[in-house]
Design a protein around this ligand. Structure first.
Ligand code: SF4
Length: 366
């Protein structure tokens, strides 16, 4: 018998089609879509303005199934980090960062990542699989529900989404675009294109495709002022070197909701953090409207990289600012809960591996 259809997998257009196959009118699909995404309801019986017969039909054939929470950690600064179960031994992570004027959710798009950036603990774990729409949107769906429960007065706790968790979102193009379409839909989360940011390591052909399909705000992991350093720490640079990448970024700006591209730059001690690197970065970015976000590196076991001292980060920032480039330093949030990309998921994978070894040993003994 086929399993139930997970309605979290559908955009509104997809849900309308599925309803049509069930012999139901389009406005019914819209109603259900609103119940699920705007009100965070997953139980058809609670969708009180639907006919009882429709609710029964939905209960028999469909479900609203987000990934299950493996753990939830709340940091003293308000940051919340969830680890979701996406299959045996696999965890993905989602982080909520509250600020005065916004609440940003950092969402994962893949289990692991194939791109092997040398400073990234997710990359070190290798690639496992792409996430489905229900698993991507499900992170937002669960976060809103959990945050509403914790703070009953807040109607929509998540005001911004960054596709910046585990994985390269552009390498899971279809499901990521559909998920972002749901985030933007006025019948769902109603976020503007400015409030949804996709962060990529620079998969150039897909940047061009994204411009046509759904040009949300774009952040690019640059992390180096020249090709030699970038290729050393990001193998993708061999396929799409900096000049090609920046050309795609300038082209993207024709459709982007902001008039600049955000460039992420992780500060790695002795690798890319010298004043000369900052000056070279200024020259590299000439002609590309840019904002640079400097990220203090958060060392993890066996990373092989060190953390740049804060005064050196400030000097780097000062050189960019003096050259007229907006440059910010990312605040480290949730330090007490280990909120850096990939780290908690790594711990779970290790824990699962330990468990597997434990069971194998037990079975071998019995
Ligand atoms: S930094 Fe991003 S693209 Fe690079 S390995 Fe990590 S998750 Fe993948």
């Amino acid at each position: 018998m086929p399993g139930k259809t997970n309605l979290l997998d559908f955009t509104l257009a997809g849900l309308t089609e599925w309803f049509a196959l069930m012999g139901e009118k389009p406005f019914r699909a819209k109603q259900v879509f609103r119940w699920i995404h705007q009100r965070g309801v997953g139980d058809f019986a609670a969708m009180t303005d639907l006919a009882k017969s429709l609710r029964e039909k939905l209960e028999a054939t469909a479900e609203v199934r987000a990934p299950a929470i493996l753990s939830e950690h709340r940091s003293a600064d308000g940051t919340v980090k969830w680890l979701f179960d996406v299959g045996i031994g696999n965890g993905i992570e989602t982080v909520f960062i509250p600020e005065e004027d916004r609440g940003t959710l950092c969402v994962s798009s893949q289990v692991g990542c194939a791109l092997d950036c040398k400073f990234c603990s997710t990359g070190r774990q290798g690639f496992n699989r792409d996430l489905a729409v229900a698993e991507i949107v499900g992170q937002l769906w669960v976060a809103n529900r959990r945050l509403r429960e914790a703070d009953a007065g807040v109607e929509r706790p998540v005001t911004n989404v960054v596709m910046m968790g585990m994985g390269e979102p552009l390498n899971n193009f279809g499901p990521v675009v559909d998920s972002m379409a749901i985030m933007l839909d006025d019948h769902a989360y109603g976020l503007s294109r400015r409030r949804v940011t996709l962060s990529t390591s620079g998969v150039v052909p897909h940047i061009r495709k994204l411009k046509e399909r759904l040009p949300v705000a774009l952040a690019v992991s640059l992390h180096a002022p020249n090709d030699a350093i970038r290729s050393r720490i990001m193998p993708i640079n061999d396929a799409y070197p900096i000049s090609t990448l920046l050309e795609a970024c300038r082209d993207y700006l024709e459709a982007a909701p902001r008039d600049f591209i955000t460039f992420e730059y992780v500060m790695l001690e002795g690798v890319n953090d010298a004043p000369d690197h900052a000056r070279e970065l200024v020259r590299t970015l000439e002609g590309t409207p840019a904002k640079v976000n400097l990220i203090p590196f958060n060392p993890f076991p066996e990373s092989g990289f060190g953390k740049t001292a804060p005064d050196r980060v400030r000097l780097f920032q000062r050189i960019l600012l003096d050259a007229g480039i907006i440059a910010t330093v990312r605040k480290t949030r949730g330090d007490d809960i280990d909120a850096a990309c990939g780290q908690l998921a790594g711990q779970v994978v290790n824990r699962m591996k330990r468990k597997a070894v434990h069971f194998q040993r037990r079975e071998a003994r019995s």
